[in-house]
Structure formats: C-alpha cells, structure tokens
Design a protein around this ligand. Structure first.
Ligand code: FES
Length: 577
C-alpha cells in the first residue's frame, strides 16, 4: 500500500489507491459525487458520523455542524465523508431510546469497519448518541474525536429560569397537586426548549458531553458551549482539522481510553453533579475499551470528590451559565489533585497540560474546592444487600437528607401502568413513610431499562405537601430528575432477582451510610418465595427486541450486548471479489 509521510499506510488506500478493476470500482462511483482524481491519493479519509434526524430534535442541527467539521478536514489535507447514523431521540422513541443504544453502537462500528475510513469525527447530542459513539469508537479503534451538539439556550418561564426535564418533572407534580393549572403547564413548553441543542440541565446529555471531554475524547472546553454559539462551530472546525492530524499520529482510542481516563470521568461526574445514567454508560464504554471498571469503583472513587457545579437538578443554574463560568476545564482544574494528569487527550497533550490554570469566571456557578456546593462524597453511591446482591445506585445530591436512613412498608408494583393508576387513586392508603417499589423495568424486563425510576408520588400525598419518598426500581431515571430514588437494582426482577420476590407489606431498609438496601426477609424466606416465582411475560418475542433481551447484560455491566464487549480493531476487510 502507498505510504504516509511517516511510513504508516492509510487504511483507505486499500480502497482508493487499489489498482485494477477494484480500484476503478471504488474511485469511479465515488467520483460521481464530484470529487477530482487527485483527492484519492495520500489524503486521510475522515468519516463524519452524524446522528441527526428530524425525529431527534436535540440532534437536528448536527448536519449543519458537519459542514464546519468538513471545512476543518479539507483545510488539514483530509478527505471528508459525512454519513448518517442512528439518531436516538430521547423524547419520541418508545419504549425507550436505551433499547437502541447498543444497536446504534453496533451500526456505527460496522459502518467504520466496512468503509474506507482512516479516522472519524462523531457528532452526537441527545443522551444515548454520545455513549453509542464512544462504544463504537472504542471497539473499532480508529482515530476518533467526539463533537457534541451543545445545549439549548437557557429557558425562562414568566421571569424564572426553567431547565429541561427538571422543571417538567416539577411542574407535572405541581399540576397533580393542584398547584399549577393545565394551561400554564402547556404555556411553559416553548419556554423550556428555545433553540437547537440538547437539554439545558446537567441531565444525561450534558453529563455525557462533559465525561467524554474528561475522558480525553473531545476537545478541551467544548462540552458546555451552547448549540447556537459560534464557538460550537469553531470547535467542530478544529475537531475536523485535528482528526486528520490524529490519523497521521496514529492516535487511537486505545491510547486515550485507559484506567486513568475512566477514573477521571468517574470523579468528574461527582464534581459536576452528573447523571446516574453515566454509571451504565461508562461501564459499557470501559468494557468496550478493555479497561477494568466495576460498579463499586463509582462509590470508592467518588468519596473524596466534592460537587462543585451548581446546575439543575442538583443546583440552580443551566448549561449556558456553566459555559460562561469556564466550563469543564475550570472544574477539572479545581480537582486536579484527584485526577490522572498523565491521561492523554485527542489534542495529543496530557489532561494535566490541558487544564493547567484553567480560569473560573463565576464562583456561584462553579464553586471552589474549599467552598464546594456539596461536601465530598455526594455523588452516586453504590448499595448492596439482600435486595440488590449485585448492586444498585442512588444519587445522593438529588436525594432528601431525611430519607437516607429509612425503614418503611413496601408497596410493590409490577408495571409502571399499575403504579400510575395507584398513584392517582384518591383513596390511596400509601403513606409518606412507605417505600414505593417498581419492578420489571430493567434491561430485560421492559425491555430496555427505561427512565421511569423517579416514580410519581401518590396524588393525595402531593396535595398534603409531600415531595419525596424512598423509591426503588430496576429502572433508570432521567439525569434531569431528583428524589430519594434507588435505581439499577441488580439482578433485575425479570431475571429472578430478589426484587421479584418482594411483596406489599414487607419492610425495606435503606441505609446510605452503610451503603445497604435490605428487605426484612431471611435467606430461607427468599428461597421459599423463589419456588413460586415465574418469569413475567415481556414484549418482544421476535425481531430486534428478541436479540436485545437474549444478549443484554445487567446494569452492573453496562447493559451492553454480551457479544459486543471488547475491542475489535477494524483492519481492512476482504474485498467482495
Ligand atoms: Fe435529548 Fe434531553 S431529551 S438531550
């Protein structure tokens, strides 16, 4: 194969610099797009994996952003090809976009493998699109940069800041409690979502944007910049330029995604008050990169990290203010003594070099280390006990202090529909000190592990002013949500985990200090109940849902497919002749 200036052959040369009928076939059809002959020799071919769709409003601007990436690629001597990838829109997809994260990751990996790509710039935004891209990049192991689409402009409703998701959950409970009219509820819709971009709060999309930057896979400083800010296009342009250089340097994800970079991401998630969904996604991404990372690492690594970023749902501000305050480099600089500063960034420099002296412009948004928003250890904690032998998680910064050591009577629901009906019953017997349990909402059970874990409270209690209760499920919850909510109970009920055996009236104890979650049943009593348990009937007897249910791993292993774990460097596949 023809050689690069540094003697490394380009992967794309196997297609575009081939001789004979195969080279003719590859070049001739590609030239029909209007490319001159000289582009097909010696130029790194860079794919722009754009997860945009009009069905995914948070990502709809990514085709425009791709033009900036292309400009950077051309400028650096590369040859850009934009290609669409599965756009997972959190708001419209049913039963949950999470059902399709692994499908998107598999699609992207195989598009890279099967095409003449030397490097890839990934354009992502809405929650699942970012981890899907990183999972694909880690497995395919071609030089990769992630450019997230940025958050929407800040929202305001009648003079008050309103954030994506967080204020929707608040308003909907206010309507149920009779504290907000249905007309005002609808009037607030357009005020929350004012422009292109992903959620404005530190929900899952913002969290994953920050964590991809913390991992070193995105340009430093890019995560928080609003979607409509000209700086977002500048970062996209620079990413295109840089990806060409990364191909020439052979800087692959396998050199960037290390144990140190994942520890950085886990710690940064505490500092930013990030989403519990990050736990599932980071576990899946690490497993793709062959980096050992376990659920308990999130608790252990997070104990000495303070929460610094004052954004909803934990705090008060939104992403636009976070960007103006200095964004993620300011946060990482503040906790630099807790980070692996030798971890590598897509820039080719170390994390330590990138964040050194990063300024903070507003301490009300990004608190200082010695005066944090929350004391160390208020991130996501990991629980164990006879109700969750393989673990469960709880976001401390979103929970009520008064409920962190709590025993109550369980009310158990087998489906979200059953639970919703019970919560709206005016004669509900459920009391504030009771514990709500939802099961069959895990990876296998729903299927897809939807974001229903922030269970609604009984309407009768809402009207009495109750705003939080202990809630437990094998589901996930939106990163924009809040409450004393135990999530990701593993093993899940649909596979016969102990959650399947709990009955209404059992007593459950949550004790965050000892990191335990137990139901007051002996091992013998649980074993006896197991005898009469049978697996619930789950949707998806055929098609993709069947594939998903047959191969999805439990939440403590990232809910990836068992056959997709690990790295499969793309190499050069055999031609069809
Ligand atoms: Fe797409 Fe929140 S719904 S980022």
């Amino acid at each position: 194969m023809p050689a690069q200036s540094d003697s490394r052959p380009l992967r794309s040369a196997a297609w575009f610099e081939a001789t004979g009928k195969l080279g003719f076939y590859h070049r001739s059809h590609t030239k029909s797009e209007g490319f001159p002959s000289d582009l097909f020799t010696g130029r790194p071919v860079i794919g722009i994996a754009a997860s945009w769709s009009e069905l995914a409003p948070c990502n709809v601007h990514l085709h425009d952003l791709a033009q900036s990436v292309k400009a950077g690629i051309w400028e650096a001597g590369g040859f850009p090809f934009e290609f669409p990838t599965l756009a997972l829109g959190e708001t419209l997809m049913r039963p949950t976009a999470m059902l399709y994260r692994n499908l998107a990751a598999m699609e992207i990996e195989e598009l890279i493998r099967s095409n003449p790509l030397d490097g890839v710039v990934f354009l992502t935004g809405c929650d699942k699109t970012t981890p899907a891209a990183v999972m694909a990049a880690a497995s395919a192991d071609v030089p990769s940069i992630v450019v997230t689409g940025g958050p929407m402009m800040n929202g305001r409703f009648r003079g008050v800041a309103v954030g994506s998701g967080t204020d929707l959950w608040r308003f909907s409970e206010d309507v149920r409690a009779g504290a907000m009219t249905a007309e005002d509820f609808v009037a607030s819709e357009v005020c929350v979502s004012r422009s292109n971009g992903h959620c404005t709060t530190m929900g899952t999309a913002s969290t994953m944007a920050c964590l991809v930057e913390a991992l070193g896979l995105a340009l430093p400083g890019s995560a928080a910049v609003p979607a409509v800010d000209a700086a977002r296009k500048v970062y996209a342009h620079l990413a295109g330029r840089r990806c060409v250089e990364m191909v020439r340097e052979d800087l692959r994800p396998s050199r960037i995604l290390t144990r140190g970079s994942f520890e950085n991401a886990v710690r940064v998630n505490v500092a930013i008050g990030g989403s519990t969904n990050a736990v599932v996604h980071l576990l899946a991404m690490a497993a793709r990169a062959c980096v050992p990372l376990e659920l308990d690492d999130f608790d252990r690594l997070g104990r000495d990290v303070p929460t610094l970023v004052n954004l909803k749902p934990t705090g008060q501000f939104l992403m636009e203010e976070f960007a103006a305050a200095g964004g993620l480099p300011a946060v990482m600089s503040e906790i630099s003594d807790l980070l692996d500063l030798d971890a590598l960034s897509v820039t080719g420099r170390t994390v330590g070099e990138e964040i050194a002296g990063a300024p903070c412009y507003d301490r009300s948004v990004i608190a200082s280390r010695d005066s944090p928003l929350l004391a160390p250890g208020r991130g996501t904690v990991v629980l164990h006990g006879n109700l969750c032998p393989d673990g469960a998680v709880l976001k401390l910064s979103a929970a009520s202090e008064s409920l962190l050591s709590h025993t109550g009577k369980a009310w158990v629901f087998d489906s979200i529909e059953e639970l919703n009906a019970a919560m709206d019953a005016d004669d509900s017997q459920i009391e504030a000190q009771d514990v709500l349990v939802l099961r069959n909402a895990g990876p296998v059970g729903y299927p897809g592990m939807p974001e229903v874990g922030n269970l609604p409270l009984p309407r009768r209690l809402l009207r009495e002013g109750i705003r939080d209760m202990v809630r437990i499920s094998d589901a996930r919850m939106s990163g924009t949500s809040f409450g004393t909510v135990v999530l990701h109970v593993t093993p899940e009920a649909a596979t016969g985990g102990p959650l399947a055996l709990v009955k209404t009236g059992d007593r459950i104890t949550l004790d965050v200090a000892s990191r335990t979650l137990n139901v007051e049943l002996t091992d013998d009593e649980l074993a006896e109940r197991t005898k009469s348990w049978s697996a619930p009937v789950v949707d998806g007897d055929g098609g993709y849902a069947y594939l998903y249910r047959s191969h999805v791993l439990q939440a403590d292993r990232g809910a990836d497919f068992d056959f997709l774990v690990g790295r499969r460097p793309v190499g050069v596949p055999r031609p069809p002749t």
